[in-house]
Design a protein around this ligand. Structure first.
Ligand SMILES: Nc1ncnc2c1ncn2[C@@H]1O[C@H](COP(=O)(O)OP(=O)(O)OP(=O)(O)O)[C@@H](O)[C@H]1O
Ligand SMILES: [Mg+2]
Length: 415
């Protein structure tokens, strides 16, 4: 009988004790270094247990600073305390990245508040005041306090009126529309300036308590990782330098706890794949490379063709030995590349704006420098991981790039 493809791997002893402890979705029992943020939420939401409406809140902070985890942690305790004390408290968490229109958010709230026998609100089709009235009636019927968490709310608010209208409706509930219930809105966002995007009428109604989540530093990230590593990874499987290195690398990436967890989890996977019993710092380096690859590949694949042609022009000048490439040098090569792609070249002004786009996407750096009386010039360099083959990624994403990459170019020589 032939061997099964999975036989070999299945009998290798895993270095994970419980891999879920290192996943993003895991809800830890403790959240080190978020005591102040937890207190801010608890001190406000305790009002719900006293039968009053808590203030609305806005939570801000960089990705991975613990906003979602802290809010879930507090809401879980709030609900269980409510149940123990006989207070009617419901919390509804909605991620506005996935549910991103006023209609859908209200329908989701309405459906989560449905009691047995209530009909479901359809995904589309009802007039929006009918949906809103249904939400209000269900809040009223349940009574008590309804805490509505709108996570990643910036996605909705960036859509202009959608966000304003939703927040206006939800905040209007406490101004006379509900008589036997209260509603409190907690908005979570990455963007400190998000309330500035709101209509002033909504801003003043929201009158929220703001809580800012600061990024974790390296020492704090170590404290975040250790209990999760203890639960998730076998004893003695980690070299002692691994957690500090994951923490230090993630601290450089804006103190992102998600990044720290990813590094640790992938390092363990790398060690398993190399069939060794101890995870070392070489595995963390491999994990860091893999994460960079995973992040940058779709960004480059999804660039519009014109931007791919601009990036191509920068890369082959670099491969030819140039650094601090000027916009003019990029443009010269770009015109040839367009020719090989059968595309009409854009003006150099448009190409400058595509270069700025590549800079903002973190694929290149384009620094503006003064050349005295010759005006301003750009010094352009790629900032891709050293072993990343951007040309290969571009040609596999866009067949026309084959002809562009394979053509010969006369380039300016290394100075
Ligand atoms: N203090 C902490 N202790 C343990 N784990 C934490 C802590 N802070 C964050 N985490 C974990 O890090 C990951 C990211 O945290 P979270 O999802 O709360 O970030 P966020 O601030 O909501 O980020 P985003 O803005 O991208 O949504 C989660 O797996 C979470 O459990
Ligand atoms: Mg979040």
């Amino acid at each position: 009988m032939s061997e099964n493809l999975f036989d070999n791997l299945l009998h290798v002893k895993s270095l994970f004790r419980d891999r879920r402890a290192l996943s993003h979705a895991f809800n830890p029992q403790k959240l080190p270094h978020r005591r102040d943020e937890i207190s801010a939420l608890v001190n406000n939401l305790v009002e719900a247990l006293r039968g009053h409406a808590p203030s609305n809140m806005n939570l801000y902070g960089r990705p991975g600073s613990g906003k979602t985890a802290v809010t879930r942690f507090v809401c879980r305790d709030l609900e269980s305390k409510g149940a123990a004390e006989g207070c009617n408290i419901s919390t509804v968490e909605i991620n506005c990245r996935n549910i991103d229109t006023k209609y859908r958010v209200l329908a989701e709230i309405g459906n989560r508040l449905a009691e047995e026998g209530d009909d479901m609100i359809p995904f589309t089709g009802w007039p929006s005041d009918k949906v809103f009235n249904r939400v209000r009636a269900r809040m009223q019927a349940r009574g008590g306090v309804h805490v509505i968490v709108l996570d990643e709310i910036d996605h909705l608010v960036k859509k202009g009126k959608e966000g304003d209208d939703l927040l206006y409706s939800l905040t209007s509930l406490n101004i006379g529309l509900l008589d036997s219930a209260f509603c409190c809105v907690i908005g979570i966002s990455n963007d400190l300036a998000f309330t500035e995007m709101l209509d002033p009428r909504v801003q003043s109604r929201l009158a929220p308590i703001d809580v800012v989540f600061s990024p974790y530093n390296a020492a704090q990230l170590e404290d975040v990782l250790r209990p999760r590593a203890y639960r998730g990874i076998m004893d003695d499987a980690l070299d002692e330098a691994v957690i500090p290195l994951c923490a230090a690398l993630a601290a450089k990436e804006d103190g992102d706890a998600r990044r720290a967890l990813d590094l640790l989890r992938i390092s363990v996977q790398q060690a398993e794949q190399s069939e060794v019993s101890i995870v070392g710092i070489n595995h963390v380096r491999q994990a860091q490379n893999q994460l960079e690859f995973d992040q940058i590949t779709p960004t480059i694949q999804n660039l519009p063709l014109q931007q791919k042609l601009v990036l191509f022009s920068i890369i082959i000048n670099e491969k030819n030995g140039l650094s601090n490439i000027s916009t003019g040098e990029v443009y010269g090569t770009y015109e040839l590349a367009c020719n090989n792609a059968g595309e009409r070249p854009l003006t150099s002004r448009r190409v400058s704006s595509l270069i700025r786009g590549l800079d903002m996407a973190g694929i290149i750096t384009a620094k503006t420098t003064s050349r005295g009386r010759h005006g301003m010039s750009k010094r352009i360099n790629t900032c891709l991981p050293p072993s990343f083959d951007a040309l290969h990624v571009m040609r596999s994403a866009e067949p026309v790039m084959d002809g562009v990459v394979d053509a010969r170019y006369r380039l300016q020589n290394k100075l």
